[in-house]
Design a protein around this ligand. Sequence first.
Ligand code: CP
Ligand code: NVA
Length: 302
Amino acid sequence: MVRHFLTLNDLSKEELNQIINRAIELKAMHKAGTIYEPLKNKVLGMVFEKSSTRTRVSFEAGMIQLGGQAIFLSPRDTQLGRGEPIEDSARVLSSMIDIIMIRTFEHNKLEKFAEYSSVPVINGLTDMYHPCQLLADIQTYVEHRGSIQGKTVTWIGDGNNMCHSYINAAKQFDFHLNVSTPKGFEPQENIVKNADDHVSLTNKPSDAAKDADLIVTDVWASMGQENEQNHREQVFSSFQVNSELMAKAKTDALFMHCLPAHRGEEVCKEVIDGPKSVVFDEAENRLHSQKALIEFLSDAKP
Ligand code: CP
Ligand code: NVA
């Protein structure tokens, strides 16, 4: 049966940990200059309905490093943007290429594509989830501090796609997640419920940050919400991750942000450019963790 990666719940806890360990291994091999090309002649199709720097470059570079190729598909110059049914597009694309990554708006569009695809489909971000980013985040935590199991992670800001993936990660990697959002911007209830007792919600950032091992935030207005920017700046103004908030966490706490970041909004410069911030390791690890994911999904491991 073909395996997809639409959310972190598509893989077992053991498989996820295996991918994190493999990502660390692949990173070491890459740094040592080892040539490893198990995906020779394999093709990754990348459908982007939203902008991207990290996701596009990490998938494209990763695929080339694994010996394969990546094709960038924009809805602007394919029939995807002219209303060809998703079912048809999925059948056609998956008959020609070996693995597909999609960044889109509605999560159910991705689910429908996966239903009709004969090859693995990877979620490169939807309005609901961003699971690839979590692989990189967990890898980064493990590299800096060891296992994340049993740790306290704090999410500050919008109950958005990244927050939802952190909630899934709390259950899958077995850590506790304190989520602090303004009223009305909480994560979806069914996603929180599914994580059992791994998640606590509060509207007070300072309560959420207390004794945290890791503090994470994201932009206040995600892609597609640009027209809400001004309103959100007001609603979220007391949800900035600044030095005062970081001081509530443990002394060795780390700071993460999936990037792109808005300094002076969701995070102040002192924090994101300070010693606790690991945002650039986090960005780099998109490459290594997705190589491990591609290898896993295409069953390419020697
Ligand atoms: N973090 C992330 O997914 O970045 P891009 O939007 O640049 O891909
Ligand atoms: N929440 C952000 C993440 C970008 C990587 C967005 O969806 O725009």
